[in-house]
Design a protein around this ligand. Structure first.
Ligand SMILES: [Fe+2]
Length: 198
């Protein structure tokens, strides 16, 4: 993996994180790599909490606070970005976003914290992970696992999915409400999903 690719992806992620979001309350817009991401599908004046899904058998309690997983395992680079919003579409600062997923071969690290970690949203409710595209394992389509909680709030556990993935139609856990917006950036894929917490 060249440092140029890394620098490009970091630049995109930082640009996204630095971009002024046009009113999280009115439908957030973000600039990423010069292209406009669609308004978040989950927010108008009011939003339903993000759908809950099973944690599955591979969550490891007590992950470290970290947002860059790229050195954990080889793979296709991917950024996962979004906002944490409340049901009135207001950004939630200091929310905890916990991400875990497989390596490119579909294996979880069940002994350590590779491809696992959490971060807190910034004052504008934003989070951004730099990681790799997860692989596939039997019975499941491609997915990320996420837990999110506002400060002092109840933990919402869910999973995020990839548009156009052939396995989506065959996975009985798959929920199209949990599809990320995924686009190709200069340094890899950028997945966006805004998490709504009650
Ligand atoms: Fe999983």
């Amino acid at each position: 993996m060249s440092s140029g690719r890394n620098a490009g992806r970091r630049a995109i992620l930082h640009a996204w994180l630095a971009a002024g979001l046009t009113g999280a309350a009115g439908g957030a817009l973000a600039q990423a790599g010069g292209a406009r991401l669609a308004p978040t599908p989950s927010c108008g004046d009011e939003a339903r909490p993000t759908a809950r899904q099973t944690e599955g058998p591979f969550y490891s309690a007590g992950p470290p606070e970290r947002s860059d997983f790229r050195r954990d395992a080889p793979g296709e680079p991917m950024a996962l970005v979004g906002l944490v919003l409340d049901t009135r579409c207001r950004a939630v600062a200091g929310a905890r976003v916990d991400l875990w997923h497989t390596d490119r071969d579909g294996h979880y690290d069940n002994h350590g914290y590779r491809l696992r970690g959490y971060q807190l949203t910034d004052e504008q409710g934003r989070f951004g992970f730099e990681t790799i595209v997860p692989g596939l394992y039997p019975g499941r389509t491609r997915h990320f696992h996420v837990k999110v909680a506002r400060p002092g709030g109840r933990v919402l556990t869910t999973q995020l999915y990839f548009p156009g993935e052939p396995g989506n139609a065959r996975d009985f856990i798959f929920d199209e409400r949990l599809l990320m917006e995924v686009r190709e950036g200069a340094g890899g894929r950028i997945g966006r999903f805004d998490l709504v917490v009650a």
